[in-house]
Design a protein around this ligand. Structure first.
Ligand SMILES: [Zn+2]
Length: 251
């Protein structure tokens, strides 16, 4: 089964799809500086790649056009980064969800590749729940803790931040290798301020020359595949669970 792209369907095809009450997957990323070896669209390419692998395994699912802009605060001082405000981004996510719900889509999954989008996804999902009773799943590489610890060689600079490092560059070598310029990859291991988790800290204040957090030269496609496979399997499981619960409510 290959993934269906929502925007390529014609009138008859989309009507047929909607009649089957599909799950819609919305890839979310950002336009954000990822150092010299990865493009600004890295998070978009990854989110779309993950969503397509999920859709290939979930019957009656469809991949929406990726939303290429997200909320980017930490890296906003580096060249190229573009950001939406929280209010705008929540509004866009909410309105896409509400439109789909009105079209008969009962289940929406945000397949996210950018950590800065977490707050907006949560707020939009709550609003869709409260105002429409719509089921929304917010999915940012779920279930990868154990496999990443087993596969990655370098010690993480921060327990939850990753950026253009061994992890994210491995994802790119697996999902979008044609956009990686690995010969330009350089390690960057800045010292993070001790209060980074409890106070707003733009990254250029501790790493003025590069937003890379770690050593991308350790990245391989095999590491990326091992971790992405686990995330995809977990997303499939979560979607199937949510769908089964919805179906039993309806009968
Ligand atoms: Zn990224």
């Amino acid at each position: 089964m290959s993934a269906i792209s929502y925007e390529l369907l014609n009138s008859g095809e989309v009507s047929e799809l909607l009649a089957r009450r599909p799950v819609a997957l919305l890839p979310l990323g950002a336009v954000e500086n990822h150092g010299e070896h990865l493009p600004l669209a890295t998070d978009n390419l990854l989110a779309d790649g993950v969503a397509r692998q999920v859709a290939a395994r979930v019957p009656d699912s469809v991949v929406l056009p990726p939303l290429p802009y997200g909320q980017v605060w930490s890296t906003s001082a580096y060249a190229g980064t573009i950001s939406l405000t929280l209010e705008t981004f929540v509004g866009v996510l909410y309105e896409i969800g509400a439109s789909l719900f009105a079209q008969g889509v009962p289940l929406l999954a945000f397949v996210n590749g950018h950590m800065g989008n977490l707050d907006a996804m949560k707020l939009a999902a709550r609003r869709l729940h409260d105002e429409h009773g719509m089921k929304v799943l917010s999915l940012t590489y779920p279930g990868i803790g154990e496999i990443s610890r087993a596969v990655l060689e370098e010690e993480r600079i921060h327990p939850s931040y990753f950026h253009a490092c061994e992890l994210e560059t491995s994802y790119m070598l697996h999902l979008a290798p044609e956009h990686v310029r690995i010969e330009l990859a350089r390690a960057n291991r800045p010292t993070l301020p001790p209060d980074i988790d409890v106070s707003p800290t733009p990254w250029h204040t501790f790493s003025p020359d590069s937003p890379v957090l770690g050593d991308p030269t350790l990245a391989t496609a095999e590491k990326g595949r091992a971790i992405i496979d686990v995330a995809v399997a977990r997303i499939v499981e979560l979607i199937e669970g949510a769908r089964a619960a919805q179906q039993s409510e309806r009968t």
